[in-house]
Design a protein around this ligand. Structure first.
Ligand code: GLN
Length: 563
């Protein structure tokens, strides 16, 4: 196994994740199998209990792991299926060492950060790198490891010490260290001092980078490259310019132009199997710049202050827009704004909803903004505006339908009103109310299209099922505590809204669709987590196709092809 470790300096939020994913994509384009590990030096065991406002979205894996959003970047860029072990946190490492100490595994020894914690980290990396994460189920050739935070943080020092030891454990031919840094521009000059200091800090810990990625608003100038090379003890052609480009999909191309793959092969003594050939990826990255048509989608959220809170949703919308060959114009709407102006339905937020071509209501927790989401669902239902509700957005559509079409006054989710006369969405019986971490219905579960007929007269089947290529069952990821109350399903069906997909027991509602509407779909699961740049998630693809006015022709074409 070859290891590529990436650390970062100067500031956080540099785009370390995109840089690493892009490097992985380039290596894949040379025929290598790649896997990825993210190290998060915080004490939380996982990201499940973290506020989206503070930390961005919680990314959910197939195995139910609730992780940092960078794992999403890896899965999307590299088309991987990671596990919770691929996200190493200080909390997890200490928890395991303390458990071993209590069991007596250390045979009376004094248990210390060095060597016990540092060994645990190294063992963890070696073990996890071998877990197959590629579609073919084979072990990877190269493992990318991102160390979160910045060099010099107290939190990350134990991981850097573990990695210092690790380079000798696995052999220096199998270990490549990279550093991602910031080159700010002041008075028209590219400044190298922060990078020099960052590398100095890293070297003082016994780690010397072989490649430096320079994040800069503009292309790195030759004198800047030379200066960094001189002061940071790195070959000049190993100082790479990662300047701003028109879209993130260009970054693997940027790295290819600077021959990153050749450096990696030389250092790690690997024979490339082919390429590099970025194929469809390169075509997509280059074509995007030339699209003229724009599609406007409103995202009705409550964590809008930090756009990373909805990262996978935004990515899934983008992937779907790419497949429709449209530029995405994403409009942010605060759900509470819709509530405040519900009588007049005027003001900036309502105008956005009225003028856009489609609406997405994503997942969320807590009362604030829920009624605004219900109002958005109502507006879309009544005005034939394409609507996709994900998790809480699905529950909002159910509540809206119950209140306004079935006339169940006061219908609600028990998450927001425990004494509602019509608990159309309620707490799942098996969930434990006493703890917070890792106790939801999490990870990949089956949804069967058990009632795919939308309209009895015509026999028309679920649009969503057709978008999933007419399969009978899909595997999507979940993260929820509440669900549609089965006691209300008959009533909902009688009203006209169809619950077309259910879990394997048939008790748990997973998909709702409104017949006769251009696209009105709600899903209890989170399809955004499995969307890929070249393979958009079907519910999102449907929303964008409908918003661009292409859904009918797409479905008609699909039907003739299947004949
Ligand atoms: N709060 C809702 C629940 O727990 C929805 C969760 C979500 O949107 N992820 O069921």
């Amino acid at each position: 196994m070859k290891y590529i470790v990436v650390t970062g300096g100067v500031v956080s939020g540099l785009g370390k994740g995109v840089t690493i994913s892009s490097m992985g994509r380039l290596l894949q384009a040379c025929g290598l199998r790649v896997t990825a590990i993210k190290i998060d030096p915080y004490l939380n065991v996982d990201a499940g209990t973290m506020s989206p406002f503070e930390h961005g979205e919680v990314f959910v894996l197939n195995d139910g792991g609730e992780t940092d959003l960078d794992l999403g970047n890896y899965e999307r860029f590299l088309n991987l299926q990671l596990t919770q072990d691929h996200n190493i946190t200080t909390g997890k490492v200490y928890r395991d060492v303390i458990l071993k100490e209590r069991r007596g595994d250390y045979l009376g020894k004094t248990v210390q950060v060095v060597p016990h914690i540092t060994n645990e980290i190294q063992d963890w990396i070696e073990k996890t790198a071998k877990i197959p994460t590629n579609e073919d189920g084979e072990e990877a050739d190269v493992c990318l490891i991102e160390v979160g935070g910045t060099v010099g943080d107290i939190e990350s020092s134990v991981f850097l010490e573990a990695l210092r030891q690790f380079q000798f454990r696995v052999g220096t031919d199998n270990f490549l260290l990279c550093f991602v840094s910031l080159i700010p521009i002041l008075s028209d000059e590219q400044k190298t001092k922060p990078t020099q200091h960052g590398v100095k800090d890293l070297r003082s810990l016994g780690l010397s980078p072989s490649v430096i990625f320079c994040r800069c608003p503009e292309e790195l100038l030759e004198p800047t490259r030379q200066k960094i090379s001189n002061f940071c003890h790195v070959q000049a052609d190993h100082v790479l310019s990662v300047h701003d480009v028109t879209n993130v999909y260009q970054v693997p191309l940027l790295l290819q132009q600077q021959n990153l793959h050749s450096m990696v092969f030389k250092h790690l003594k690997i024979e490339p199997k082919s390429g590099p050939d970025l194929g469809d990826w390169a075509l997509m990255a280059n074509a995007m710049a030339h699209w003229e048509d724009t599609v406007q989608i409103c995202l009705i959220g409550k964590y809008n202050g930090l756009q990373d809170s909805y990262l996978s949703i935004i990515k899934a919308l983008r992937h779907a827009a790419i497949a429709c060959e449209h530029k995405l114009d994403l409009q942010w709407v605060e759900a509470t704004d819709l509530e405040e102006n519900q009588d007049t339905m005027e003001g900036e937020s309502w105008e956005k909803v009225k003028n856009c071509q489609g609406v997405i209501v994503p997942g969320g927790f807590g009362n604030r903004g829920f009624d605004g989401k219900v109002l958005a669902a109502k507006y879309c239902r009544e005005h034939s505006k394409p609507y996709l509700g994900v998790c809480l957005g699905f529950q909002a559509a159910i509540v809206e339908y119950s209140r306004n079409v079935l006339n169940l006054e006061g219908a609600n989710s028990t998450e927001f009103d425990e004494s509602t006369p019509h608990p159309v969405v309620f707490f799942m019986p098996e969930i434990d109310k006493a703890t917070m971490g890792g106790n939801m219905r999490l990870g990949s579960r089956i949804t069967k299209f058990t009632n795919p007929i939308l309209t009895e007269e015509t026999g028309a089947t679920s649009i969503l099922k057709r978008l999933y290529n007419n399969v009978d069952m899909v595997h999507e990821r979940h993260r929820h505590r509440y669900e549609v109350n089965p006691d209300y399903v008959n009533k909902i069906h009688e009203g006209g809204l169809r619950l077309v997909g259910r879990d394997e027991t048939g008790e748990r509602m997973e998909v709702a669709e409104l017949p006769g509407h251009p696209y009105y779909v709600g899903v209890q699961y989170h399809p955004e987590f499995k969307s890929r740049p070249l393979i958009p998630s079907p519910p999102f693809f449907g929303l964008l196709l409908a918003a661009c006015g292409k859904l009918d022709s797409y479905l008609a074409k699909q039907a003739t092809e299947n004949k």
